[in-house]
Ligand binder design. Structure first.
Ligand code: ATP
Ligand code: MG
Length: 651
């Protein structure tokens, strides 16, 4: 960042507000604004006392003696305590008599289904933990998991946790190259994969990718292959083993071992939206506590709920809100293997109706695709079981929010817009839905225990409605402990930018009611004629236009203005790109937010460059707008052909 000022001019005018119903408030875990404020204030006044109380919700083998040891930037939480993350997610529910409750309701893409109860999960996880032990895996070793979204992926993660091995999950959509990079960076010893996984009616050849990856990642000595698709794969003698054969020979008895609170639980790479992915290290107690408490507060989970988070386990959302959070809380949840448009564009709505899903958590990129596909798909299904909706990953434009609220939520479900990062481990800013009235596009307020502030470069709080840098003021249990193998970068990136605070690299503002609005990445902020504008706000104005499905806005160097505003726009199904429409969109933005934000370039695109986790990669669009080659890391780009097409589509 070169600009001396961190302040960002806010142009978004969004004033709608949606309070929860009286019935929702009456039944919520955090019931009413007073209750939220009290809990949050308590956590601010006495953070360690607050977290010590919260930690009683976990099951410990040995209690801690010190809640927090903080030597900036290094935190140790619950020092002296011993626990097992897997035990907290599985065994304790069985011991409490809930063994017959469904844990995972699995729906494969081809339509096959399975139900795993907590009893089943305990048996499968224990057996697979023994498989890993039999292969020589010990506490502290790193195991790569490269699997489709099937129950065995969850089993593999929990089996690692059970024996204290760190997992490094690599999203099943990544290439052999990306798997090899992550194997090498984490010095992984063993990889767990499947022959393939189903995606849009085709088999993704996971094992084939692993074969390629292993030729470039010598630390991996063993490969365990789950037979998901019955495709023929090459098995290298002495290196590759079938999951079912090893499992058949392993005992189902594997008591969970106690590990230190700070025992490493996993390493996970960030999405690579802003640069080369970083290997984020999380440890056991603090992470598990953050994931489980936020899951409890923000999704308001009750024993009668059926919960579904659509994230892949390859992302932090899958770690915290498919595996550790919901399972620690004893949830019954759906997991789905495949694409949202297989066999048709209503697969998600069909699943919600079929399982009577009550809590649904997805990403803006998915919501924008649903809008593009048309209202007829959700309208054809009974979505009346839903009571809470969530979103994560990118800012959600108010128009997409309203669509989600109306078409999916039937106007009755609070939307929890959850802001957080791979690094934060758990949700940081989101409405506790029985307390905080929602506003479209705002993540609202920090969860209890989180002290978020918006500051300038020097760390001074900025005023209401002034955009600034989002920071977190006090260490929190689920924070990252370091970047794997690069502690210097950890210090530099997160703890050296703003005095005494964790730097998120996101911009935000607080409105007059104290609501936080995430304005996007600090690196994406536009500098137009001396005004720093948030790209997200210009994008929100564009997608408000009924013909626009998705928009990405970036700056292009301009002699006069400093930066010109370049917009990349995709249209809803059936709309044609015309010069007339470009003019209309320019006028629309001017009308919505003023002449300052008048787009200089508008390009129509079929698709935008996104990470494999579905986030728009604005840094690549900046290169295209400026007419230069992209030099940065593109390993997490979803589809390379998008870049070529965009380069052809001159303004
Ligand atoms: P990299 O750090 O490698 O560039 P990334 O930041 O996209 O990738 P993640 O940890 O997956 O990797 O994403 C965290 C980021 O996603 C946040 O810093 C923020 O910019 C964005 N984000 C997540 N949730 C929200 C949300 N609810 N509203 C706005 N932005 C969000
Ligand atoms: Mg990031």
């Amino acid at each position: 960042m070169t600009s001396p000022s961190a302040n960002i001019t806010s142009v978004l005018k969004e004033t709608r507000s949606f309070p929860p119903s009286a019935e929702f408030v009456a039944n919520a875990h955090i019931s009413g604004m007073e209750a939220y404020r009290e809990l949050w204030q308590r956590s601010k006044d006495d953070p360690t006392g607050f977290w010590a109380e919260q930690a009683e919700t976990l099951t410990w083998f040995e209690k801690w003696h010190t809640v927090l040891e903080w030597n900036e930037p290094h935190a140790k939480w619950f020092v002296g305590g011993k626990l097992n993350a897997c035990y907290n997610c599985v065994d304790r529910h069985v011991l409490a008599g809930r063994g017959n409750q469904a844990a995972l309701l699995f729906e494969g893409e081809p339509g096959d289904t399975r139900v795993l109860t907590y009893n089943d999960l305990l048996r499968e996880v224990s057996q697979f933990a023994n498989v890993l032990k039999n292969q020589g895996i010990q506490a502290g070793d790193v195991v790569t998991i490269y699997m489709p979204m099937i129950p065995e992926a969850v089993v593999a993660m929990l089996a690692c946790a059970r024996i204290g091995a760190m997992h490094s999950v690599v999203f099943g959509g990544f290439s052999a190259e990306a798997v090899a990079d992550r194997n090498n960076d984490a010095k992984s010893k063993l990889i767990i994969t499947a022959d393939g996984g189903w995606r849009r009616g085709k088999v993704i050849p996971l094992k084939q990718n692993v074969d390629l990856a292993l030729s470039k990642s010598p630390t991996v000595q063993t490969c365990i292959v789950y037979n998901r698709c019955n495709t023929s794969v090459e098995m290298v003698a002495g290196r590759d083993f079938w999951w079912h054969e090893l499992a058949a020979a392993a005992s189902t008895d594997c008591p969970a071992e106690p590990f230190d609170s700070e025992h490493p639980l996993f390493v996970l790479y960030t999405s690579g939206s802003t640069g080369k992915p970083k290997g984020i290290l999380h440890t056991t107690a603090g992470y598990l506590l953050g994931a489980s408490r936020t899951h409890h507060w923000v999704f308001d989970l009750k024993p009668t709920d059926t919960y579904w988070c659509t994230a892949d386990i390859g992302w932090i959302t899958g770690h915290s809100y498919v595996v550790y959070g919901p399972l620690a809380n004893g949830a019954t949840q759906v997991i789905y293997e495949g694409a949202p448009n297989q066999p048709r564009e209503d697969r998600f709505w069909e699943i919600i109706a079929k399982y009577r899903v009550s809590i649904f958590y997805t990403a803006p990129t998915a919501i924008r695709a649903f809008i593009k596909w048309g209202d007829q798909w959700p309208k054809a299904h009974d979505l009346s079981s839903l009571r809470v909706l969530g979103t994560v990953g990118e800012p959600i434009n108010p128009e997409a929010w309203i669509w989600y609220h109306t078409l999916i939520g039937g106007g009755r479900c609070p939307i929890v817009d959850t802001w957080w990062q791979t690094e934060t481990g758990a949700i940081m800013i989101a409405p506790t839905p029985g307390a905080i009235a929602t506003k479209p596009g705002s993540a609202t307020m920090p969860v209890p225990g989180i002290h978020a502030e918006i500051v300038d470069r020097q760390g001074n709080p900025v005023g209401a409605n002034e955009g600034g840098l989002l920071v977190i003021k006090h260490p929190w249990p689920s924070m990252l402990r370091t970047i794997f193998g690069d502690d210097a970068r950890y210090r530099e990136q997160y703890w050296s930018q703003i005095p005494g605070a964790y730097f998120t690299a996101d911009g935000a503002r607080r409105d007059d009611d104290g609501y936080i609005w995430i304005m996007g990445r600090v690196d994406d902020v536009l500098n137009v004629s001396g005004h720093r504008l948030s790209t997200m706000e210009v994008e929100s104005a564009l997608v408000q236009h009924p013909k626009v499905a998705e928009a990405a806005v970036v700056g292009r160097p301009d002699d006069l203005k400093g930066e010109a505003i370049a917009c990349f726009v995709t249209l809803v199904s059936g709309e044609q790109p015309t010069e007339e429409l470009k003019k209309e969109l320019r006028e629309h933005v001017v009308k919505e937010i003023g002449a300052l934000a008048r787009p200089d370039d508008i390009r129509f695109a079929e698709l935008l460059p996104k990470t494999r986790s579905g986030k728009i990669m604005r840094r690549l669009l900046r290169d295209i707008a400026a007419g230069r080659e992209s030099k940065g890391d593109t390993t997490t780009l979803e589809d390379f052909s998008v870049m070529a097409k965009l380069r052809e589509s001159d303004e």
